[in-house]
Ligand binder design. Structure first.
Ligand code: NAP
Length: 524
C-alpha cells in the first residue's frame, strides 16, 4: 500500500514542495487533469538533490555486493507491495491497458532482482590479474590488477512509453544503483503520480537497508530547465536517457558543453526494419497477423516497433499486403500516452500521406475516448523509398511502411543507406538462407539486435540482450540499456600496480573474499 501521492520531489530522503509553481498530470483517455498538482523544483532545490547524491556516493560506493544486492531485492519487494496502487495510477496517467502495466511491473521488479543476482555472482567487477613476474627477462613484470569502480552520481531521464520499466526504478536506475552510483531521477511529466509511488518504494528500501538517503532522488520540473541544469551539474558523472531523438540530442549536446564532459547513454529513435524474404511468404496470413500485432501493440508506442517492412514484389507479396490491409482496415485506435504524442503521430503520418509514390494500404477507425487515432499502414516501392529521406523517419505510434523490392541484391544497397537501428529482423525460410548469409554482415553494421523470425517488440531482460545500436538508435552503440551488461556504462576500469595484498581492494585480492570471478594471467 502506497502513501498518498503529494506531488512532491524526493531530495535526500525528504519530500519537498517545489518553488517554481505546479502542473497537473492528465488522463489521456479523457484529457482531464489529475490531482494532486505536481510542484516543480527551482534551480537551488535541484542543486540540493545533486549535492545529496554526491554526499551519498562515499558510503554507497563502499557497500559490499551483498549489501547492494539486498537493497535492490528490497526495492523490488517494495514495488510489489505497491503493485495495485502503481497499476491503478499508471492506467489513469498513460492510457495503457492494465494487462500491459501488470507485465511491466513484474518486469521492473524482476529486472532489479536480476541485477542483485549479478552483484552476488561478482562478474560486474570484471577482475583481471596479471601477477608479477620478477624473473622475466629482459625486464621483470609488475603486478597489475584491474577492477571496475562506480563513476559517481548518475542523472536518469525516463521515457513516457514505459512508465515503470524505463522510468523511476527502470533499467537505467537499476543498473546505476547496481554499479554503486547514486541516482537523481528526472521524472517524466506524463506519469508523475506513478513516479512518486515508485520513489516511495525506493525510499522505503533505502531506510530499511540503512543507506544514505541521497542514494536516490526524484526531481520534478521541465526538461528544458531542470533537465538541462541536471546534465550540466558538476556533481553528475553520467546520464541515462530513453526518449525522443530531440530530447536525447539536447542532453547529449549539453553534456558535451560542460567544462568536464560526461558520458550520455541516450536510447532514442529507430524504425527497426523487417526483411521479408520470398520463402517466408508461404504462410503470409500468419506473417501479416504477426506484423499487424507488433505494429499496433501498445498503440505502436514502442521504440522497437517495426516501422519498415521490405517485401518482395509479385503475387505472394501482393497477397500479404491484401491480408495486412484487412487487419488494419478492421482495427480501432487505442488511447496514446499523451495528447502531444498523439498530435506528433498525426503530423508524422500526415507528412507520409503527402509524399509522392506512397499510398495508404490499410487504415482503421479512431478509437473510443480522446487521443486514439486510427492505425494506418502505407506502401511504396524501393526506388521511391531510396529517393526520399522522409520515408525513413520514425512514426511513434500505430503506423508502418511496406516497401516492395525485386531482389535480395537490392537490399544490400538499401541497408547501407539506413540509419542505426535498435533491431533488424529477418523473416525467411531455409530456401532463403544464402541471401540471409549475404545480408547479415550489412545488417550487423546498422543494428544492435538481429532477429531471425519473431518480431522485435518485446525486449527480454537478460545477460545476452543488446538494446542499443549505432546512432541515432543511441548516442553510444558500444553498449546496451537493457540487460546486465548495462551496469558497465556507469563504471570505469582502474588498475592497481604493485599493491601489497593487505591494501588491495577486496575483488582483486588473492584471498578473493567476495569470491568474484577473476581472469588470472589471461585464464578464466
Ligand atoms: P522525450 O520528449 O524525449 O522526453 C524524455 C525526457 O527527457 C522527459 O523527462 C523530458 O522532460 C526530458 N527532456 C526532453 N527534452 C529535453 C531537453 N531539451 N533537455 C533536457 N531534458 C529534456 O521523450 P518521450 O516523452 O518519451 O517521447 C516524446 C516524443 O518522443 C514522442 O512524441 C515520440 O514521437 C518520441 N519518441 C519517443 C521514444 C521513446 O522510446 N520514448 C522513441 C522514439 C520517439 P520534459 O517532458 O519535462 O521536457
Amino acid at each position: 500500500m502506497s502513501d498518498q501521492i503529494q506531488g512532491k520531489s524526493l531530495i535526500n530522503g525528504k519530500w519537498v514542495t517545489g518553488s517554481e509553481g505546479s502542473v497537473s498530470g492528465f488522463n489521456p483517455a479523457t484529457d482531464e487533469a489529475l490531482t494532486p498538482e505536481i510542484s516543480l523544483l527551482g534551480a537551488e532545490q535541484l542543486d540540493q538533490a545533486t549535492a545529496a547524491a554526491k554526499d551519498a556516493f562515499a558510503s554507497y560506493r563502499a557497500t559490499t555486493p551483498e549489501e547492494r544486492a539486498a537493497f535492490l531485492d528490497d526495492v523490488a519487494e517494495q514495488i510489489e507491495a505497491r503493485r495495485e496502487d502503481i497499476i491503478a495510477r499508471a492506467t489513469q496517467e498513460t492510457g495503457l491497458p492494465e494487462a500491459r502495466l501488470t507485465g511491466e511491473t513484474s518486469r521492473t521488479s524482476n529486472q532489479l532482482r536480476l541485477f542483485a543476482k549479478v552483484l552476488r555472482h561478482g562478474n560486474d567487477n570484471s577482475v583481471r590479474i596479471d601477477p608479477a613476474q620478477p624473473e622475466r627477462q629482459p625486464a621483470p613484470r609488475v603486478d597489475l590488477r584491474q577492477r571496475r569502480v562506480p563513476l559517481g552520481p548518475v542523472a536518469v531521464f525516463g521515457a513516457s512509453n514505459f512508465p515503470l520499466a524505463f522510468s523511476t526504478a527502470g533499467g537505467d536506475t537499476a543498473s546505476a544503483l547496481a554499479a554503486g552510483c547514486p541516482v537523481v531521477f528526472k521524472a517524466h511529466n506524463a506519469h508523475p503520480g506513478t513516479s512518486e509511488i515508485v520513489a516511495q518504494a525506493i525510499n522505503q528500501a533505502i531506510n530499511n537497508q540503512g543507506l544514505h538517503p541521497g542514494v536516490f532522488n526524484l526531481v520534478f520540473g521541465p526538461g528544458a530547465k531542470i533537465g538541462q541544469r541536471l546534465v550540466s551539474d558538476p556533481e553528475i558523472t553520467a546520464v541515462g536517457f530513453t526518449g525522443s531523438r530531440t530530447g536525447g540530442m539536447a542532453i547529449f549536446h549539453a553534456a558535451n558543453q560542460r567544462p568536464i564532459p560526461i558520458p550520455v547513454y541516450a536510447e532514442m529513435s529507430a524504425v527497426n526494419p523487417v526483411f521479408v524474404l520470398p520463402g517466408a511468404l508461404d504462410d503470409s496470413a500468419a506473417l501479416a497477423e504477426g506484423f499487424f500485432g507488433s505494429v499496433t501493440g501498445s498503440a505502436g508506442q514502442l521504440c522497437t516497433k517495426p516501422g519498415l517492412l521490405f517485401l518482395p514484389v509479385g503475387e505472394a507479396g501482393d497477397k500479404f499486403v491484401a491480408e495486412l490491409s484487412e487487419h488494419f482496415n478492421n482495427s480501432h485506435g487505442q488511447t496514446m500516452l499523451t495528447k502531444n504524442i498523439a498530435d506528433a503521430w498525426l503530423d508524422a503520418t500526415q507528412k507520409l500521406r503527402s509524399q509522392s509514390g506512397v499510398r495508404v494500404a490499410g487504415e482503421g477507425t479512431t478509437g473510443e475516448g480522446r487521443n486514439a487515432p486510427a492505425p494506418v499502414v502505407f506502401e511504396t516501392d524501393l526506388a521511391t523509398f531510396e529517393s526520399n529521406d522522409v520515408l525513413e523517419a520514425e512514426m511513434f505510434g500505430p503506423a508502418s511502411l511496406v516497401i516492395r523490392y525485386s531482389s535480395a541484391d537490392e537490399l544490400i544497397s538499401v541497408i547501407g543507406g539506413l540509419e542505426g537501428q535498435l533491431t533488424a529482423t529477418f523473416r525467411a525460410a531455409e530456401s532463403d538462407f544464402q541471401d540471409v548469409e549475404a545480408l547479415l554482415p550489412h545488417v550487423e553494421d546498422i543494428a544492435g539486435r538481429i532477429l531471425f523470425g519473431g518480431w522485435p517488440t518485446g525486449v527480454e531482460v537478460g545477460h545476452a540482450m543488446v538494446h542499443g545500436g549505432p546512432f541515432p538508435a543511441t548516442t553510444n552503440g558500444a553498449t546496451t540499456s537493457v540487460g546486465t551488461l548495462a551496469i558497465e556504462r556507469f563504471q570505469r576500469p582502474v588498475a592497481y600496480q604493485s599493491f601489497p595484498e593487505s591494501l588491495r581492494p577486496a575483488p582483486v585480492q588473492d584471498a578473493n573474499p567476495w569470491n568474484v570471478p577473476q581472469v588470472y594471467d589471461g585464464q578464466f
